[in-house]
Design a protein around this ligand. Structure first.
Ligand code: AGP
Length: 613
């Protein structure tokens, strides 16, 4: 959600902030702003809409100085407008704040401050932070002490970055709870602060991540980390592996298109060093999975949101089939309300691209409270979901910028497949030949994915034919049932076309009433154990006049004969088929949205990292 960038050093902060915010655009926002110090005075520019509007405003009314802070806002309290955009400045004009999260007790704080004649200029909860800090300074506190006292008063999950006109030699950032990350980037005579790594990658790859209830006091030559209670923290400095170039669009029109194609490489990287094709074994060292632990696991909960949850549904099939451990998928926002049965023999496995999704982190916390073993499959290196887990598998896909997840669906499928093999191996429930065959099958995956990419022109042609549809049903069965959910989600989130994913067998229990000539029905019918069942589902849709678009395995003439349109995929081992069958659906959704001229990478109302509950 909201993006935050800060700079302290001897350069003009404004271009650094605007560039940084640009790289955070993928997080989703509806207004933007920046504030810098020039001669012990804070100057501010804010506007509703896209960053370009802010850049245009700054071109007309230049903003020069340092340090500076910037923000892209995803509205929660108060409409997207220039007045509600961040940074906010206190009544005294001394402190400016950029904020991500929700100040849950803001009404109470607002009343308290209003009783002291503090005037609020916005409708936001965020403004209370800056007004609180200014009040503390008016009472004689230093900037650092005032910031600390303000941070300690606010409730809820929040990330805050402050700038002070009276003490321009430092910026102060804090992280409280799971409202997203704070990354401090270490430069030479200058330092950077951001809510996510891509914002500062062009300047440095040496970073520090703040933990919850920590604050960073960042000067140009020094960074101090403390808890909100004032205890010094020795920070761990991480070297970020991916470079700024992998966060660029390159030859592609949109990040989403680039990321769909990148899956070939991402899958190769995901397997590298983990699938040992010579030995026919899997190694996942960061998971800290011992034979003793593997043997005592009695139940696995997979918890995640959106695309990550659909990936988890495929994982359930894989873990139950290969490792024979009862596995349940619970949507993360529901996990803590379902009173899950977790003990020391239960694994709570969270899947998250960002590693910052508030609901997923809350589910992990719930699992931890109940004494479970906490694992995660995460893409963002150093993210909270990676750090708080007992063990993790990193997706190794590189940054995913498009709001619609693509790489972060297929990589966890490969990860969970490997996890299932490893569990079965350590529990001694798989024979040597089966294990070797399962591992060998993995080797085929990047190549098979690459073949699907070759059919992009075909898929684009179909997208032209479908661009004006109003609805679409996606049907799948067995291990490919979650692919129907994922295909429908891709279409709805970027093209705004109503689409529903359904277990194909459920059609006859209600949804088939929707099928007529106006209702395209997309059936995922590869060469898997549910193909025959899917054939009868295709026939049922056809008999009601529905237009059938079918994902079929190359050469499957029978399935083709029933379809109005066939999208071919190469033959894949069935347990790996979801990795392949989802690819044409990603491409189809992408091209429909692109043809409709929509903002593919930043669809309306959506944010890349959902850091509020
Ligand atoms: C998928 O296209 C969405 N952008 C969304 O469903 C996403 O997968 C979900 O918000 C979870 O995000 P995470 O993987 O970063 O936790």
């Amino acid at each position: 959600m909201c993006g935050i960038v800060g700079y302290i050093g001897s350069q003009n902060a404004t271009p650094i902030i605007l560039n940084g915010l640009k790289r955070l655009e993928y997080r989703g926002y509806d207004s933007a702003g920046a504030a810098v110090i020039d001669g012990r005075k804070i100057y501010l520019r804010r506007d509703a809409g896209k960053l370009q509007q802010l850049a245009d405003l700054i071109a007309k009314e230049p903003l020069n100085g340092a340090p500076g802070i910037g923000h892209t806002r995803w509205a929660t309290h108060g409409a997207p407008s220039a007045r509600n955009a961040h940074p906010h400045i206190g009544n005294e004009g001394k402190i400016a704040a950029a904020h991500n999260g929700i100040v849950e007790n803001f009404l109470e704080l607002k009343d308290e401050l209003a009783a002291e004649n503090v005037r609020f200029d916005s409708e936001t909860d965020s403004e209370t932070i800056v007004q609180l800090a200014e009040r503390e300074m008016a009472d004689g506190a230093s900037f650092e002490e005032a910031a600390r006292r303000a941070f300690k008063r606010i409730e809820g999950a929040n990330v805050i970055l402050l700038l002070c006109a009276d003490e321009p030699d430092k910026l102060i950032a804090a992280r409280i709870g799971n409202a997203g990350g704070v990354v401090v980037g270490l430069g030479d005579g200058e330092n950077f602060i951001a809510s996510d790594i891509p914002a500062i990658l062009e300047h440095t790859r040496r970073v520090i991540f703040l933990e919850s209830r920590q604050m960073a006091i960042v000067a140009k030559d020094e960074v101090r980390i403390e808890t909100l209670d004032g205890e010094a923290v020795e920070p761990k400095i991480h070297a970020v592996a991916f470079d700024a170039v992998s966060a660029e669009k390159g030859e592609y029109r949109h990040f989403m298109q680039k990321e769909i194609h990148e899956q070939v490489r991402a899958l190769t990287d995901t397997l590298a060093g983990r699938a040992d094709f010579k030995e026919g074994r899997v190694r996942l060292p960061e998971l800290n999975l011992t034979p003793e632990l593997a043997k005592r696991i009695q139940r696995i909960y997979i918890t995640a949101c959106g695309t990550a949850a659909y990936a988890g549904m495929v994982g359930k099939y894989l873990i139950e089939k290969i490792a024979r451990i009862p596995t349940e998928v619970v949507i993360a926002s529901e996990f803590r309300y379902s009173d899950p049965i977790v003990d020391e023999n239960t694994v709570v496995l969270a899947i998250s691209q960002s590693g910052e999704t508030a609901d997923t982190l809350a589910a992990m916390e719930e699992g931890r409270k109940k004494g479970g073993v906490i694992w995660s499959i995460v893409n963002a290196i150093g993210s909270q979901a990676m750090r708080v887990a007992d063990g993790y598998i990193s997706m190794q896909t590189g940054p995913e910028i498009g709001v619609a997840s693509t790489k972060a669906f297929t990589a966890p499928l490969a990860d969970q497949y490997m996890l299932a093999i490893l569990l079965a191996d350590l529990r001694g429930t798989i024979d040597d030949a089966t294990r070797r065959q399962l591992v060998a099958d993995l080797r085929l995956v990047p190549d098979l994915a690459s073949k699907v990419m070759d059919s992009e022109p075909e898929i684009e042609k179909l997208a032209h034919a479908l661009k004006d549809i109003k609805n679409c049903l996606y049907l799948g069965r067995g291990i490919n049932m979650p692919v129907a959910y994922e295909g429908a989600l891709k279409l709805k989130e970027i093209s705004y076309i109503h689409a529903e994913g359904y277990p194909a067998g459920e059609m006859k229990h209600g949804p088939i009433a929707l099928v007529d000539e106006e209702m395209p029905v997309l059936c995922i019918a590869p060469n898997d154990p549910w193909r025959e069942k899917m054939i009868s589902q295709i026939q049922q849709a056809k008999a009601r006049g529905g237009k059938t678009i079918v994902i079929a395995t190359e050469g499957d003439a029978l399935v083709q004969s029933m379809a109005d349109y066939t999208l071919w995929i190469p033959n894949a081992p069935w347990m790996l088929s979801p990795i392949i069958s989802v690819l044409p659906l990603q491409l189809l959704a992408y091209h429909i949205a692109a043809i409709r001229g929509l903002d593919v990478d930043q669809p309306r109302n959506l944010a890349k990292s959902v850091t509020v509950e």
